[in-house]
Design a protein around this ligand. Structure first.
Ligand code: ATP
Length: 398
C-alpha cells in the first residue's frame, strides 16, 4: 500500500525553515544557508507528493527560491560576518509572499473535479429542489431596484453516508462551479499550521475561481469539545469563519460563492456558527422509494442484473444508508465474480500474460450473493440516533 508522506515532508520543511529563519535572524549565515538548503530539499519532496501539476510546479518554484536564497547567503559578504540588514528585510518580505503562495497552493490542492450529476443521487428530491432554488435565486438576474436575498450558507446534516457530499458535488457540477472539498478537521490540524490564513485564503481563492462551492465536511470540528480549553488560535479560526460566512468581505461583490457545511452531529455546532446557516437541510436515511433508486444506480447502471427484484431488495434494506446500500451491492458483486470465476487466482499465478488474456465472466446476482452481502454489511444508524436528529431539528426551529 502506498504511504502518503506529504504531511511529514511539509512538517519537516516548516521545521527547518523556522531554523533557517532563526539562524538568519541571529546573523549565523552559514547555518541559515544550510537550513534553507534543507528546507528546499523537503519542499522538493513535498512537490513530488502531489498529482496536481499546477500545485507541483508552484512547490518546485518555491524550492528553487529557497535554494537561491541559500546560495545568496553562502556567496554574499554576509557569510563572512558582515550583516546586510536591508537584504535580510527584503528576504523576509519575500518569505512572507512565498508563505502566502504556499498557502494558496494548499488551497488550490483542495479543488476537486466533480463529475457527479443530480441523477447520480437516489431520492432526496426535496433536498435537490431546495438547493437548486437557492442557487437559482442567487445566480439569476434580479429586476432593477429589487433586492432578493438568497442563501449563501447551507448546512446539511444527517446520518453518515446519506449523500451530503454527493449533494455538494452535484451542486458544484451542475453549476460548473469550482468545488473546494474541505475536511474541517484537516484544516485545523497542525499539519497546516496556519489555519487562520488558510481560511481567509480559502475564501479569497474561491472568489477568484467563482462561481465556487466550498464544502466544509465535519463542520462540527470547529467547535472544540466542552472543557477541552479552546486555544487563542482556535478562537481566531472560528471568528475568521464567522466573518467569511457573514459574507462581510463579499458585501458589494456578486461573485457566486456557496458554502455548504456538513455534519453528522449538528448538536455539537455552537449557536453563533449555526446562526450563519440560513438554510439547514436534513439529509435522512433513504425511504423505500429512494432505496430503490439507489439500488438501480448501483446495480442496473453498473451493468449488472439481479435475480432478486430490486423492489424486494428495497424492502430488505430498511435502515441502510446510501453508502451501506453501495457497500451491499459491491459485496454481492464481489461474491458473484468469485463464484463465476473460480480459477481466477490460478491464472494470476500463471503470470501477467495469462490474466490479461482472460475476460471476467459475469452472471446475474442471486440470493446467495445477497445473503453473504447482508451478513457482512449492516446499517450503523440506530432508531435512537435518528430520533436525535428530529429532536435537534425541533429544538432549533422552535
Ligand atoms: P458522511 O456524513 O459520512 O461524510 P455523506 O452523507 O457525505 O457521508 P456521501 O459521501 O455523499 O455521504 O455518500 C457516500 C457514498 O454512498 C456515495 O459515494 C454513494 O456511493 C453512496 N450514496 C450515499 N447516498 C446516496 C444517494 N442518495 N444516492 C446514491 N448513492 C448514495
Amino acid at each position: 500500500m502506498p504511504v502518503d508522506l506529504s504531511a511529514s515532508f511539509y512538517a519537516q520543511y516548516q521545521k527547518v525553515r523556522k531554523q533557517a529563519e532563526d539562524a538568519e535572524g541571529r546573523g549565523a549565515w552559514r547555518e541559515a544557508a544550510a537550513s534553507y538548503q534543507q528546507a528546499a530539499n523537503y519542499m522538493r519532496q513535498y512537490a513530488q507528493s502531489t498529482h496536481d501539476g499546477k500545485v507541483r510546479a508552484q512547490r518546485l518554484e518555491r524550492a528553487a527560491a529557497l535554494e537561491q536564497h541559500a546560495l545568496r547567503l553562502r556567496q554574499s559578504p554576509q557569510s563572512s560576518g558582515n550583516a546586510a540588514p536591508t537584504e535580510a528585510r527584503r528576504d523576509s518580505a519575500s518569505e512572507e509572499a512565498s508563505d502566502q503562495n504556499d498557502i494558496e497552493s494548499e488551497i488550490i490542492g483542495l479543488i476537486e473535479t466533480t463529475t457527479i450529476k443530480w441523477d447520480d443521487i437516489g431520492g432526496l428530491d426535496d433536498t435537490k429542489q431546495a438547493i437548486k432554488s437557492a442557487y437559482g435565486l442567487a445566480m439569476a438576474r434580479k429586476p432593477k431596484g429589487i433586492e432578493i436575498s438568497s442563501w449563501r450558507n447551507i448546512l446539511l446534516f444527517g446520518p453518515p453516508g446519506t449523500g451530503k457530499t454527493l449533494l455538494a458535488a452535484a451542486t458544484a457540477g451542475s453549476l460548473e462551479a469550482t468545488f473546494f472539498n474541505v475536511k474541517v478537521s484537516n484544516l485545523l490540524s497542525k499539519y497546516f499550521g496556519e489555519s487562520t490564513k488558510l481560511v481567509s485564503s480559502l475564501y479569497s481563492v474561491a472568489k477568484r475561481y467563482s462561481p465556487s462551492v466550498i464544502f466544509l465536511d465535519e463542520f462540527e470540528s470547529l467547535t472544540p469539545p466542552r472543557g477541552s480549553g479552546e486555544s487563542g488560535a482556535e478562537r481566531r479560526i472560528v471568528s475568521t469563519f464567522l466573518a467569511e460566512l457573514d459574507g462581510l468581505a463579499t458585501k458589494d461583490d456578486d461573485r457566486f460563492l456557496l458554502t455548504m457545511g456538513a455534519t453528522n452531529v449538528p448538536w455539537l455546532i455552537d449557536s453563533a456558527m449555526l446562526s450563519r446557516f440560513q438554510k439547514r437541510i436534513y439529509v435522512p436515511l433513504p425511504d423505500e422509494t429512494a432505496r430503490l433508486s439507489i439500488l438501480k444506480i448501483n446495480i442496473q447502471r453498473t451493468g449488472h442484473k439481479s435475480l432478486l427484484s430490486l423492489e424486494e431488495l428495497a424492502q430488505r434494506t430498511e435502515g441502510y444508508s446510501g453508502r451501506e446500500i453501495n457497500q451491499l451491492c459491491q459485496t454481492a458483486v464481489a461474491h458473484m465474480t468469485a463464484r463465476a470465476n473460480p480459477d481466477l487466482t490460478k491464472l494470476v499465478d500463471q503470470g501477467r500474460k495469462a490474466i490479461e488474456g482472460y475476460e471476467i465472466k459475469v452472471e446475474s446476482l442471486n440470493e446467495s450473493d445477497f445473503k453473504i452481502a447482508f451478513e457482512q454489511v449492516h446499517p450503523i444508524s440506530t432508531p435512537e440516533t435518528l430520533r436525535q436528529y428530529n429532536e435537534w431539528l425541533k429544538q432549533v426551529d422552535a
